[in-house]
Design a protein around this ligand. Sequence first.
Ligand code: XMP
Ligand code: MG
Length: 173
Amino acid sequence: MEYTIKTLLTREEVEGRIKELAKEIEKDYQGKDLLVVGLLKGSVVFMTDLIKEIDLPLEIDFMSASSYSGTESTGIINISKDLDIDVKDREVLIVEDIIDTGLTLSHVRKMLEERGTKSLKICTLLDKPSRRTVEIKGDYTGFEIPDEFVVGYGLDYDQQHRNLPYIGIVVKK
Ligand code: XMP
Ligand code: MG
């Protein structure tokens, strides 16, 4: 497919919003033992920028999960890389690139809660609320976006464009 990429959110807009999110998180997690969990690979660029702006002691870990919606609307989840750190009694903040249908995050949330987290919140850079099939919302959301396929800042099209320093819409030619 031939396509071009049209800027949706500039680097300055994204970087500015990440700083705001980090300050909110910093305020909410004062005195708490924060564990930031990134969902691979999409969250990586966002997460590295985010944690540099959070002036608190924290730990990080990563998990790779994908959901497949089968015959049931709930779908199933495949974990190709699990966490190294035990989340029992931990204050966990999941970092995600985008919430689309919400399936992936609702599965990951349920799984981590079953392991006995003390608290569990979600921070997402992008949200496509119009696509939701399960009820889930970010506690910290960067931007709500329309139902367009986007790349950059960790998000890919066929594994490409994760390194773009802005968010762009993939436009078919
Ligand atoms: P669900 O539907 O489970 O999916 O909320 C979230 C995951 O779907 C991917 N996704 C996208 N990736 N551009 C992308 O590069 C997009 O516009 C997009 N929409 C959904 C992404 O991996 C996310 O974690
Ligand atoms: Mg993803």
